[in-house]
Structure formats: C-alpha cells, structure tokens
Design a protein. Sequence first.
Length: 408
Amino acid sequence: MKKILILCLITFSISSVFANEARLKAWEIHNRLTGVPPVPGSNTIGQMENAINGNSGIIGLQNAAAIAIQSRYFYDVLLKNWIKPMTNVAKTKNAPLNDFVATMIGAIRDSDQVGKPFSRILYGDVVYVGPSMGNENFNFRRNSNNHYEEIEDRRLSLKDVLVERMQSQVNNTESSIQNDSRNDVVNLLAGGRNGSAGVLSSRAAGEAYFSAGTNRRATRYMFMNFLCRDFEDMHDTTIPDFRVRKDLPRDPGGDSRVYKNSCVGCHAGQDALGGAFAHYQWSNNRVSYSSGVQGKMNRDPLFGAGYQTTDDSWINLWATGQNASLGWQGVQQGNGASELGMMISKSRAFSSCMAKKVFKLVCIKPPGESDEAFIESMAEELEQNNKYDMKNLFIKTTAKCIEDKYEN
C-alpha cells in the first residue's frame, strides 16, 4: 500500500510539473506577442495551456501562439512600438501613431487573407485609416496627423478600427461615412500617373525622408527598414558610376582618389535607384507628387558632367557583383517608387530581413549562426505562392524560440 501511495505521489508530481511548464510557456508566448499580461477575467492562458497540452512539441506551441496573436495588444503594443522607429530618422518609438505605422499594422493583420500579401506595403495604392471621429479636425487628412494621434489618444483598438483605403483617392476615404468633408485637392496623381507606393509614399515617410536633402534619404531608409542593410553594407566600387548626380564632387578635398575609392562605392548604386523618388516633395505639411522632376534632384551642380535627373527611371546596379547575394528577382529597372518597391519586395533580402526582425523582436535576441536555417526557411515560407503572411511568421517564430528555450 505504501509503495502504491508513493507511486501515485510521483505520478501526480510529474503531471504537475508538465502542467506548470505548459502554463509557463503559455504566459511567455502571450507576453512576447502582446507585451502585456492577459486581460483579467479572460481564459486566454487556459486556452493556450490546453493547446500546448493537446499537441506535443512545436505544433502545440504554434497553436498557443495563434491564440495569443488574436489579442488587440499584439497590434496596439507590440506591432506599434516595433514599427514606429521605421518612420523617423531618429529611429525612435517615441513618436505618434501615423499613416506609415497604421498601414503596416493593417497589412500585417490582413496578410493571411487571399490577395493581400504583406509585401504590398512597398508598392500598393493602399493606406489604412480609422473611423470618423465625429469632429472634422480629427478625421483623416493628408496634411495632418491629427487623425492617427486621436486614434492613439482614445486608445482605440488598431485590430478593429483600421480599414483599407486607396492613397490616390481624393476624398471620402471612409466611403461609408456621410457628410464627412475632407476635400483633399492634392493627392498622388499627376500627369496621368499614380505616385502611390504604400508606406514609401505615406505622409510620415514624406515628412521624414522627403523634407530635406535630395530624397536620397528615402532610398537609404528603405534599405535599412526592409532589407536590413545600410548603404555602407552595399559598398562596391566596381560598379559603373554613370548615374551619380551632379551634386557629388569627383575630387572631394582636392583628391579624386577619395571619390573612386570611397564615395562611388555607395553613390553609384544609390543614385541609380534614387530616380524613383524624383517626383516627390514634402510641402505644405504633406507629400506632393508632381508630373515633373523636383528641382532638388539636380541642385548644387558641383560636377557639370554628372548625371542630370530628367525622369523617375531607376536601375539596380547592385543586382550584379557582390550584392547579387541579396537574391534579386524579376525586373531590375523601372520607373517610380511603386515599381522600385515591387523589386525590393521580391528580393530574398526582404523576406530574410522580415524574418530576422521578427526573430529579434519575439526571441529578444538577434538570430545567431544556429538560427540561420530557420530564418531561411521562414523567408522561403513568406515568399511561397506570393503570400507574405506575416501573422504566420510571428506565430512560428515565437513557437520556435519558446521550444528552444525549454529544450536547451
């Protein structure tokens, strides 16, 4: 009898350990995907624990993560704070909600829907907006960020309130709202062409990247945000420099060797792509899109024989040589920001970058050498059938990190 009692106690203890471990895993998955504890009174953790116990290994963890990701706080806290640094030069999350952030959040939310790949944030005629606020000063306008700041101030659920609209639409962005006058007479249509290019032509991107200089900043931050590479990482002095603009001296400091051995390494590739943003300007507190080239694209002609920007054509000179490793696919030249965004989104570097960023966010560490195979598998899965399902990426990456933590 004593032996049976001891055996029962051991069995109970083992069961308790496994039950507690499942609950710990559920809590950790929830915290990593939402940044907050579960809502008091909800049975979320219980449901996640049951999912973990219901399927052994990675499948149970993925099922639990799929439950956690349904929380509004995945959007309101985790995604919002993750995306905000992409929208400003300081790369800080201490910035207000804006159209760039809202559009990325909406695109992630809808990325598991047919025909709505996340990659369209770089080329689509798309913007996500909130509801009518009952006050015209807080409704969506292209010359103000009040709409998004009000959404944030009222703590509205980004999971629920964001709706997809077209950037190129003139007014009545929320077509279901009556007597809602915006009357935006300036949009991203000019000369019969549509300048909409997802977050690349968003108001927030315009304020940060078109507001000064010669729009080179727009190309640089596109690479940093979506390819995980700054131009120094792309440095290649072997590609031709026929697209380097007039404002770059060919003998900085009186020494032409500096240009050939240093400056050209970034500018040859950068300027060849920069024409995509030739028609954009930040003026009157909004992004404007013109039918002609903005004057700043050809300002300061320090070298008269340099490239004169006459249209918005671009060429990817980094598609060959050492930077071919970025896995470029499809057409490598075109016109405008939308076609450039399309090319960027089709590269393996884009998919890998998204996988690495998500890994760092939910695993709370950058991926190491042992994680390279997983990152590549996630990049491959993103690209499969052009789905770019970011929710699936978050679910599988979180499950992978929790599995690794408790196995090692």
